[in-house]
Write a protein that binds this ligand. Structure first.
Ligand code: SAM
Length: 270
């Protein structure tokens, strides 16, 4: 899509997003997950999370969990999980992966709306990774998560960082007008899922988390380097990728890098 069309879509009102947006975008989403930048997203988030998890066994809720790339590695370590998502296609693909990994008896999949769900148990760990930007009432979902977490439980929130886009447009793409536009936009069009996302600064997110009762244990960044490098081809080179991954892991909890990373990751406790 041309940049102008993207900006025109940006100006449209936030539309109703449903599971079918994510069903239709699945093939492109899977391409992203397998690309070096997608692999870095899961690898770094997992490393950050594992610094805070109680040892298995434990119960995990993966809210808006997609095809399970965050929860399946944890299930393989000995946790059990419930993955809730409103895209039937994401769930079907997650079930296939669980069967391939021979862990389908340790994870259950539910088709449902994260804004409406009512948990009938309290979980030890809740993941909410790249879901909240698609949700209208963020505070209601965070309050629901708080209720569904056991006292002392761990909550991991991943969400896009709006500042990175301004820098990437300018430094990687040399598109200074796009960088300038990005400064004033509170929503952004996402072509993969044909919808807009809401954007929040880390201060706004930390305030919401605190108001819901969470204690912030650590703020991380996920992908602080990769998105500013223009040469995507090099990232497919195994040696280069290995070095990039090591660097991303090294800076994920360091200032100022974590404030510039593509995603914020907040690890909280109830
Ligand atoms: C960007 S994907 C992230 C998937 C997964 N958490 C990950 O990071 O790999 C967003 C996911 O949230 C799901 N989703 C969005 N809004 C939802 C809602 N209101 N209820 C349930 N799932 C939702 C989508 O179907 C999609 O699988």
């Amino acid at each position: 899509m041309l940049r102008q069309e993207e900006l025109a879509k940006n100006d449209a009102n936030m539309e109703q997003v449903t599971g079918s947006n994510f069903d239709k975008g699945f093939a492109q989403w899977q391409g992203y997950q397998q690309a070096p930048w997608g692999r870095l997203r899961y690898r770094v988030a997992q490393a950050n999370l594992q610094r805070h998890l109680p040892p298995p066994p434990g119960r995990i809720l993966d809210l808006g969990g997609g095809n399970g790339l965050d929860s399946l590695p944890l299930v393989k370590m000995g946790y059990t999980a419930v993955l809730l998502d409103f895209s039937q296609e994401m769930i079907t693909q997650g079930q296939k992966l669980a069967a391939q990994e021979q862990v389908n008896d340790q994870i259950s999949f539910q088709v449902g709306d994260a804004a409406q769900f009512v948990a009938d148990e309290q979980f030890d760990i809740i993941l909410c990774h790249n879901l909240l930007q698609y949700v209208g009432d963020v505070t209601a979902v965070l309050q629901n998560i708080y209720q569904s977490l056991r006292p002392g439980g761990i909550f991991s929130l991943i969400i896009t960082n709006p500042h990175t886009e301004t820098l990437a447009y300018a430094l990687r793409d040399y598109d200074l007008m796009a960088a300038q536009d990005n400064l004033t936009q509170t929503t952004k069009y996402v072509p993969t899922f044909d919808t807009h996302i809401q954007r929040y600064t880390d201060d706004e997110l930390k305030t919401m988390l605190q108001q819901c009762g969470f204690t912030l244990l650590e703020q991380y960044g996920v992908r602080a380097i990769c998105d500013f490098m223009a040469d995507n081809e090099r990232k497919f080179d195994p040696d280069f990728y290995e070095q990039l991954e090591a660097l991303e892991l090294a800076v994920s909890n360091q200032y100022p890098y974590k404030l510039l990373a593509r995603f914020y990751q907040f690890i909280c406790q109830k």
